[in-house]
Design a protein around this ligand. Structure first.
Ligand SMILES: [Zn+2]
Length: 213
């Protein structure tokens, strides 16, 4: 499941620019309450690893490709600390067991970044999410909630690493933090899948750049 989602993410991430990857689009099935979704994932092999080798092309070209790959993803905050994972938990308000449809990250008035290239789907405010912004990345949407300020307008494009908001404590929130919700074709998925994809993409690029040095 996670492997499929990550491969699909890779496809979303890179399809727009017709990169050197060829990943078939998969149809992940979302199950909200899975212990698996919370467990650490084993090594995810990248079937495109071979296709990254740019046979016959210069080292400088390979270097720039790996730099571009590194820059194609961004963590949503400078420092990532998950304070409440995805799945069932005791609701901090009702004290009842209920589903947490995203993850909470430690953040106090910090810049929040777009994780992939995409489009601003929605900017809004409601009692639950407070000020929020939803970004569309292919079939995925990512919502950033409880913000103090949204810095992008609906319909505009965003680049990975672009500052899209300042985190806050608006809406149904017990303290300053960033709540992230991730959906794939309108089904909630664990945003940790996305964080892991970002981590793996960056790590692989760093490793490859080290080989080229
Ligand atoms: Zn939350």
């Amino acid at each position: 499941m996670k492997v499929i989602l990550i491969l699909s993410m890779l496809s979303v991430c890179l399809s727009a620019k017709a990169q050197f990857h060829t990943v078939a689009r998969h149809q992940p099935v979302c199950r909200i309450d899975t212990k698996k979704a919370l467990s650490p994932v084993g090594k995810v092999s990248n079937p495109n690893k071979e296709s990254v080798s740019t046979a016959g092309k210069s080292t400088a070209h390979e270097h720039s490709e790996w730099v571009r790959r590194y820059m194609s993803v961004s963590y949503p905050l400078k420092r990532i600390t998950v304070t409440s994972p995805y799945g069932y938990r005791t609701d901090p308000f009702s004290k009842k067991r209920s589903r947490h449809n995203g993850i909470d990250l430690r953040a106090k008035g910090e810049e929040a970044y777009a994780m992939l290239s995409g489009v601003v789907g929605r900017v809004g405010q409601d009692k639950r999410s407070g000020k929020f912004v939803t970004l569309r990345h292919g079939g995925y949407t990512v919502s950033y909630c409880h913000l103090s300020q949204v810095l992008v307008r609906q319909g505009t494009s965003v680049m990975p690493g672009e500052v899209i908001a300042i985190t806050g404590n608006t809406g149904r929130s017990t303290g300053p933090h960033l709540h992230l919700t991730c959906k794939y074709k309108n089904h909630c998925v664990d945003p940790d899948i996305l964080l892991q994809f970002i981590r793996e993409t960056k790590n692989e690029a760093v490793t490859q750049l080290g080989v080229l040095e």
